[in-house]
Design a protein around this ligand. Structure first.
Ligand code: TXA
Ligand code: MG
Length: 348
């Protein structure tokens, strides 16, 4: 079997960081809200057993209270403590991919209060693969778990550095642990179960191919109209920058760029298929090359969107990703960030 990609963020815990982790755990025990790094994106953490801390997460994010939070814990052997039933397929995925960018949706045990799951009987569970997140969870102890959505305001782009969190929510949180830039850069893959068949509810850090390999093909993408489970990360408009973003097929991209530049608009172009920087034809166009490999592209996407989302540009123009399953997570996030659906974007 192909060896799994190493998702762990290279980060060394210094003595100073150790002290900060101990202080963060104390804050969390006292009902605080602490932002912490994971290998996917930064999370906004609260002790799941503290209702007022959990409520604060929803308030800080501006997130509707019926939208469930992911529960983070440290030890896969304790999966049954948090989930009431665990199908064999879920065990296989947990063993193979945890710690890692995979969230399993399972029936919640009585240890997970319903305010964490938006009132649902299912809970999203994940063991993050970042040394700081794991150290924080170990410091809290095996009886504790952290509810942690991405540390951004509802509907906005997820943060992949501590500076992003500081900028957006610094005033509202009790503490931010800085564990460097997130290696995966897109959120975890969310998987639900129907018997032994897994359904990908949100594509993310673990690819369809990797899941299919472990489950011998028993993994499916959801039907378009399947709305039985509420996953706000799958709302049509989510992960969106403030600057309007358009996605165009390679062959139509530059015509659209010229059209907008001719209107006097300031445009940023994100392109993956052109390895050499294109010299801008016009001072209102900024060309920004992106990686041509899906994982590398995904790891930079959110940071790149934030970098150009400061009001100086009128439009972000993004080259459509390749129609290859390896690009599912990137295509999904671009679709949601886009101000118009891809399927309306026909080459002219
Ligand atoms: O990578 C990640 O998953 C990051 C890091 C911080 O772990 N977290 C994250 O959380 O992306 P959030 O809250 O921004 O998105 C979590 C998604 C939401 O779309 C939520 O609806 C879904 O997980 N989810 C959580 N619990 C669920 C449940 N019980 N049933 C269905 N969906 C659930
Ligand atoms: Mg989020």
């Amino acid at each position: 079997m192909e060896s799994p990609i190493n998702h762990r963020t290279d980060f060394v815990i210094t003595l100073e960081m150790h002290d900060q982790i101990v202080a963060a755990a104390a804050r969390l025990r006292a009902g605080g809200v602490v932002a912490f790094p994971t290998e996917t994106v930064y999370g906004l953490g609260a002790d799941i057993s503290n209702p007022s801390a959990v409520r604060r997460i929803f308030e800080i994010k501006g997130r509707p209270v019926d939208h469930p939070l992911i529960v983070h814990f440290a030890d896969a052997a304790r999966l049954q403590h948090w989930a009431q039933e665990v199908p064999e397929a879920a065990w296989q995925l947990a063993e193979h991919f945890w710690p890692g960018p995979l969230t399993l949706i399972l029936p919640r045990s009585r240890h997970v209060p319903p305010d964490v799951t938006g009132g649902q009987d299912l809970v999203g569970l994940r063991i993050p693969d970042h040394p700081v997140a794991l150290a924080l969870l170990h410091e809290l102890g095996p009886e504790k778990a952290l509810a942690a959505p991405s540390a951004n305001r509802f509907g906005r782009v997820s943060p992949t550095t501590a500076a992003h969190v500081q900028e957006e929510l610094g005033h509202a949180v009790d503490m931010i642990l800085d564990g460097g830039a997130c290696k995966v850069g897109l959120e975890s893959t969310i998987v639900g179960f129907s018997g032994q068949t897994a359904t990908i509810l949100r594509p993310g850090g673990i690819s369809l191919a990797a899941l299919a390999e472990v489950l011998h093909g028993k993994v499916v993408l959801p039907q378009a109209k399947d709305s039985t489970v509420r996953v706000p990360g799958t709302l049509a408009s989510h992960y969106a920058p403030l600057t309007p973003l358009e996605v165009w097929p390679t062959e139509a991209l530059w015509q659209r760029v010229r059209e907008l530049a001719a209107q006097g608009l300031q445009v940023v172009v994100l392109e993956w298929s052109e390895p050499e920087p294109v010299s801008p034809e016009n001072s209102s166009i900024l060309y920004f090359p992106m990686p041509s490999e899906a994982f590398a592209y995904g790891s930079q996407l959110y940071a790149t969107l934030r970098r150009f989302d400061h009001g100086r540009f009128d439009r972000l123009l993004v080259e459509a990703p390749p129609a290859d399953p390896a690009w599912l997570a990137v295509a999904d996030r671009l679709q949601r960030a886009s101000c118009m659906p891809f399927d309306k974007l026909q080459p002219r």
